[in-house]
Design a protein around this ligand. Structure first.
Ligand SMILES: C[S@@+](CC[C@H](N)C(=O)[O-])C[C@H]1O[C@@H](n2cnc3c(N)ncnc32)[C@H](O)[C@@H]1O
Length: 178
């Protein structure tokens, strides 16, 4: 009997762990590596950039941004296991100086230093992020979304066969009529 309760609890724990991230933004699904490269390429990522991956999973995007594009990179991840895993990944790949991994909800982080934002989330989550991105990012910053577009935003470029969409934050609109 005890063993059934134990397995039941483990099973429920596993299901909660697997799906709770859906409630706060998006479930886990890693971006295929060839698309990671394309997302960073379409943003013209270079050594002057600070790349943020919102929901950084196993760290593949921030590690590629630092290792292959010379950028500084920050990942924000709310899943404690993936946060620890990605942090170890960063250490093992020798990119500790260029990469920071933060634990928590990306809605609560200041994104203003980012020049490139990478997203693989969920349509409604992208839309919830819009006002934050417009408020905190500098004009000209690039936002690259995999799979999901932003409702009512027109992308600047896309790789339609790869489901990759690039947006640029516009100059602030001056409503002063003087
Ligand atoms: C679809 S996966 C993408 C992982 C990684 N960016 C990639 O492309 O391989 C989405 C990730 O976002 C994380 N996530 C979802 N909502 C979040 C939130 N509000 N704050 C931080 N991380 C979040 C999930 O835990 C998951 O690891």
């Amino acid at each position: 009997m005890k063993i059934i309760i134990l397995f039941g609890a483990l099973f429920i724990g596993f299901i909660v762990w697997k799906y709770w991230a859906l409630l706060i933004g998006a479930g886990y699904d890693p971006t295929p590596m060839h698309r990671v490269k394309k997302m960073l390429e379409i943003a013209l990522t270079n050594e002057n950039d600070i790349v943020y991956d919102l929901g950084s999973g196993d760290g593949r995007i921030i590690i590629t941004a630092a290792r292959s594009f010379g950028a500084r990179a920050v990942g924000i991840e709310a899943d404690p296991f993936r946060f620890i895993f990605s942090w170890l990944n960063v250490i093992f790949t020798g990119q500790k100086k260029k990469i920071k991994v933060c634990f928590g909800d990306f809605f609560k982080f200041d994104l203003s230093e980012a020049t490139v934002i990478i997203l693989f989330l969920y349509g409604p989550t992208n839309d919830r992020l819009k006002s934050k991105l417009m408020r905190e990012l500098k004009p000209g910053s690039r936002v690259v979304s995999y799979v999901w577009q932003f409702k009512d935003w027109i992308f600047d470029e896309c790789l339609i066969n790869d489901d990759i969409f690039l947006y640029r934050i516009p100059e602030a609109v001056d409503n002063d009529t003087d």
